[in-house]
Design a protein. Sequence first.
Length: 148
Amino acid sequence: MGVQHVSPKEAYDLMVNEGYTYVDVRSVPEFTDGHAAQAVNIPLLHYDEDTGWMVPNDDFLAVVEGNFPKDVKLVVGCQVGQRSAQAAEILQQAGYTSVYNVRGGFGGLRDSFGRVIERGWAEIGLPVSYENGEGVGYESLEAKMKGG
């Protein structure tokens, strides 16, 4: 079965009504600049300050597995929905059974002409947080995975 996609509003409803957890797979700096309220940050890619490029997070799956059992309900989001679609696929292949990709992510999806395809989480006025502490930020989730 392929990855199923939901709008930001549908993701919010899954969180509120069915207990889904929002996993934001954007880089730490992107997450810190604002994210879906109650989201946790486990980046699929890290921002490399030396090169200015995004590089794979080799610990992505291990950190997810170290924090969430396979039967947890997850919605996975990023900035526009592309990284999160890839992350959702990785999670499904690893045995996670209730995973949705947030189409349009936090910032919204636009076509090559700038026309809105899907409005993002922030754009439609869903709750936003800037919390990046214990149990939310990547550093604490990675430490938990490593037993720290």
